[in-house]
Write a protein that binds this ligand. Structure first.
Ligand SMILES: Nc1ncnc2c1ncn2[C@@H]1O[C@H](COP(=O)(O)OP(=O)(O)OP(=O)(O)O)[C@@H](O)[C@H]1O
Ligand SMILES: [Mg+2]
Length: 245
């Protein structure tokens, strides 16, 4: 785990002028941002702005064609995805992507890194403490869980090996308001109690900005604004464009 005291002001992640393409389409047009140890950083933006592409580019798929990505003081921009994950970045993708035919337990075990197998009992216990419902459902197939339970499973699988940085793509998507509250409370808990550093994408801009230490606004592959969560929450332009006025 990251020693927050030592690295309080250090960047865990820094993107510098990152460009990403799908064929000829330039989805990221020079993105620069930083995430410091212990922070929750939110990224908000409309559909198609490039939010998912940004998280995927950090994970090396697609590869950034220009620019630099530094994670814990080393360049990861040309590393393969499995190596990036091994360095301590966990990606909880949009749409959850759990294994529907595997049980809850099997899904969680899939998330355990080769390097931390000896700790799996403690790691599993931590996930079940966080999400008791997953313990109750441990022998049930992933595909038969409710949407909220599947999201908890996806988050549980991503964090089971104590990543240094968690990338969360739309964790509240398609969930009922009461479950959304639970997911956001969990994100806060991961950050405060487990000292996890989090880069969060959300279309629910209000929640995303409320949770965030700092936030960025992405428009058509560019960062157009940044500030503390509170600054952006009270910014009239943001309010008009993303918070329903
Ligand atoms: N695999 C792909 N092939 C081609 N173009 C893609 C691909 N994935 C995304 N794009 C395009 O890249 C742009 C950014 O997409 P991205 O999925 O990153 O947006 P997003 O901000 O996550 O949107 P949403 O809020 O809808 O999830 C869009 O114009 C999209 O059509
Ligand atoms: Mg997306």
């Amino acid at each position: 785990m990251v020693d927050i005291n030592k690295q309080e002001k250090a960047n865990i992640l820094a993107l510098k002028d990152v460009h990403s393409f799908y064929g000829q389409v330039e989805a990221l047009r020079g993105v620069s941002l930083q995430v410091k140890a212990g922070e929750i950083v939110s990224l908000i933006g409309a559909n198609g702005a490039g939010k998912t592409t940004l998280l995927m580019t950090i994970c090396g798929k697609p590869k950034a064609q220009k620019g630099e990505i530094i994670f814990l003081n080393q360049s990861i921009v040309s590393k393969p995805t499995h190596e990036i994950i091994r360095l301590g970045i966990a990606h909880c993708p949009e749409g959850r992507h759990i294994f529907p035919k595997m049980t809850v337990m099997e899904n969680l075990l899939m998330g355990i890194a080769e390097t931390s197998k000896e700790f799996f009992k403690q790691d599993l216990k931590r996930i079940f403490d966080l999400f008791p419902i997953l313990y109750d459902r441990r022998t049930q197939r992933g595909g038969t869980l409710s949407g909220g339970e599947q999201q908890m499973l996806a988050i549980g699988r991503a964090i089971i090996s104590r990543p240094k940085l968690l990338l969360l793509d739309e964790p509240s998507l398609g969930l009922a308001p009461i479950i959304v509250q639970k997911i956001f409370a969990t994100i806060r808990q991961l950050n405060k109690e487990l000292q996890m550093t989090i880069l969060l994408i959300e279309q629910n801009a209000y929640h995303a900005l409320q949770l965030a230490d700092r936030a960025y606004v992405l428009v058509n592959g560019y960062i157009t604004m940044q500030g503390t969560g509170q600054e952006l929450l009270t910014n009239p332009e943001i309010s008009k464009a993303y918070l329903g006025g």
